[in-house]
Design a protein around this ligand. Structure first.
Ligand SMILES: [Zn+2]
Length: 116
């Protein structure tokens, strides 16, 4: 389904699905929501949810400027790959592990070369 962030954002989601799919046919769904609607107090809760029952993932991105939304999308995409390989860390301090950094960098390098 088309997102309200526009065709360019949708192309980027499709590009990620094509070039960085998850193993075992697990899917990463992407939902965009109105800017500001995800804040709980000062905490912003956009991000990644792992659906344990199905093994699929959901990325929630606030509709803001395209480059900010794209950055969030790639950041969370890298989390999904990291979680699929390492599981969900018990301590949030390990969410941005070395492996996450490597995956994030790999996706970003290719993204900047191809600019879908
Ligand atoms: Zn993160």
């Amino acid at each position: 389904m088309r997102s309200l962030l526009g065709k360019k954002f949708d192309r980027r989601v499709a590009w990620l699905r094509e070039h960085f799919p998850l193993k075992e046919k697990k899917r990463i769904s992407v939902r965009t929501v109105k800017a500001g609607s995800l804040r709980v107090g000062k905490k912003q809760v956009q991000g990644l949810t792992h659906k344990i029952c199905t093994g699929h993932y959901l990325v929630v991105v606030e509709r803001s400027q395209l480059f900010v939304a794209t950055d969030t999308l790639i950041h969370e995409w890298a989390h999904a790959h990291t979680m699929q390989r390492q599981g969900i860390p018990k301590d949030p301090v390990y969410f941005h592990s070395r492996l996450w950094g490597q995956i994030y960098a790999r996706i970003y390098r290719r993204f900047t070369k191809e600019e879908p």
